[in-house]
Design a protein around this ligand. Structure first.
Ligand code: HAM
Length: 418
């Protein structure tokens, strides 16, 4: 038997109600902040992500699904949306019609990571990008939207972590400080961190190796070496979060795994999902639009992993989604009524009533079991002496009440079921 590819997952009909509930919540909250949906292709030309996310990142270096098509163009399945959204923003000059463009998305992403609980090779993100303003109030809005969505899903065990990476200039100065601090300790760093020392020194903060952690815990903190503007902006974000009653921690090691960030970075972690704790990640990326060929334009955004959020909901038992149901199940009592049942079903469906009935010649008892299994609100019994007398029996499945309805009086069924 051919099975699904490692790290990918079917979303089965029994999973769908929770996905739909989450997607509806996401759309409702993004709409309330006036974000408009955008959908971009599943694959893009590889340089978009290589240039956008950064050649030295794990995503670009190790995790992208990259292939050549028949005309030898290198393509990549999107590992994240920000670069793709910026590409679309630049290509369609979205900023020409509106100076602040607020977008949201819900989409599959692809990263060839080692699969484990909460980490997949095809996973789904929802997220938002606001392009065109350098206001730290928008950074705070990102955290607020993400937090509100998680809260609306009933999640409790959440930690909001924020940091500022400063402007590129202040970050370069800080990197020098960090390099000086780590220079003499370099030999004691793990092999991975030694590589990062030369290529992408800030990423040493992401190391999970205990001996690395011991060394970096006393390193100079980036938040102590911010330029004036980043410092002020960071204060505004903190103030705004306090006003919105969102508890947060400052984590000066939060450098994030993508290179486009400037100033604010943030994550929202859950204590309910095991090792992969980050439900949400985001931050400001003021240079990405011009790096990808657009006019210099500040921007900020975030993305959240849907599978991880649903896992947290499951572990916290936070989400009670109504069982799927149908309006009415038609029960055929006698053989030979199949086409009548099917015609009646058709009429009701035209009225937007959800209807199902038996296609397998099952007994009345089996049909009743099926109606229960489908959570039918009503069953309509068709056949027997009643049918000969021109009547059918409509049963309300929650109250048990029964009522006779004339075969000619379809309208009264419609009124009841609507
Ligand atoms: P990211 O931190 O790479 O950021 O991903 C955001 C979220 O996607 C993570 O917090 C996690 O919940 C989920 N995620 C990432 N990788 C996986 C995986 N392999 N399996 C399951 N879930 C995963 C970004 O993608 C940025 N584009 C966020 C952003 C938007 N920054 C600014 N705007």
């Amino acid at each position: 038997m051919i099975k699904a590819v490692t790290g990918t997952k079917d979303i089965l009909p029994s999973d769908i109600p929770r996905w739909k509930y989450l997607e509806n919540t996401v759309e409702r909250i993004f709409n309330s902040f006036n974000y408009k949906e955008i959908r971009t292709p599943v694959f893009e030309e590889t340089p978009l992500f290589a240039r956008g996310i950064g050649e030295e990142t794990d995503i670009v270096g190790k995790e992208m699904y990259t292939f050549s098509d028949k005309s030898d163009t290198s393509l990549t399945l999107k590992p994240e949306m920000t670069a793709a959204v910026v590409r679309a923003y630049n290509e369609h000059s979205l900023g020409a019609q509106q100076s602040l463009v607020k977008l949201f998305y819900i989409s599959p992403m692809f990263r060839q990571e080692r699969p484990q609980a909460g980490r997949f090779r095809q996973f789904h993100q929802f997220g938002a990008e606001a392009i065109g303003s350098n206001s730290p109030l928008l950074d705070a809005e990102m955290i607020q939207m993400a937090y509100e969505i998680l809260k609306s899903l009933g999640l409790k065990n959440l930690t909001v972590k924020i940091n500022s990476l400063g402007t590129p200039q202040s970050r370069e100065n800080y990197k020098k400080l960090l390099k000086n601090y780590l220079e003499e300790k370099k030999d004691r760093l793990s092999e991975d961190s030694r590589k990062r020392f030369d290529k992408n020194i800030l990423r040493i903060f992401d190391s999970k190796v205990e001996s690395d952690q011991l060394i970096i815990k006393d390193a100079p903190k980036i938040t102590d070496h911010l330029d004036e503007e980043s410092k002020i902006d960071f204060e505004v974000v903190k103030e705004q979060l306090k006003k919105s009653n969102i508890p947060f921690e400052i984590d000066s090691s939060l450098v994030r795994g993508l290179d486009y960030y400037t100033k604010l970075t943030f994550e929202i972690d859950s204590g309910s999902v095991g090792a992969q704790t980050a439900l949400v990640g985001g931050g400001r990326y003021d240079l990405l639009i011009e790096n990808l060929g657009g006019k210099p334009t500040p921007a900020t955004g975030f993305a959240a992993g849907i599978e991880r959020i649903l896992l947290a909901c499951e572990n916290e038992k936070s989400l009670t989604v109504p069982e799927p149901s149908i309006d009415v199940y038609l029960i055929r009592i006698d053989d030979g009524l199949e086409s009548f049942v099917s015609e009646l079903g058709g009429k009701l469906r035209k009225e937007n009533i959800s209807v199902d009935f038996d296609y397998l010649q099952r007994s009345v008892k089996a049909q009743m079991r099926e109606a229960n299994r489908m959570n039918a609100k009503y069953t309509l019994f068709i056949g027997g002496d009643e049918f000969k007398a021109g009547m059918m029996n409509l049963k309300n499945m929650s109250s048990g009440e029964e009522e006779k309805i004339s075969l000619k009086d379809i309208n009264s069924i419609i009124l009841k079921l609507k």
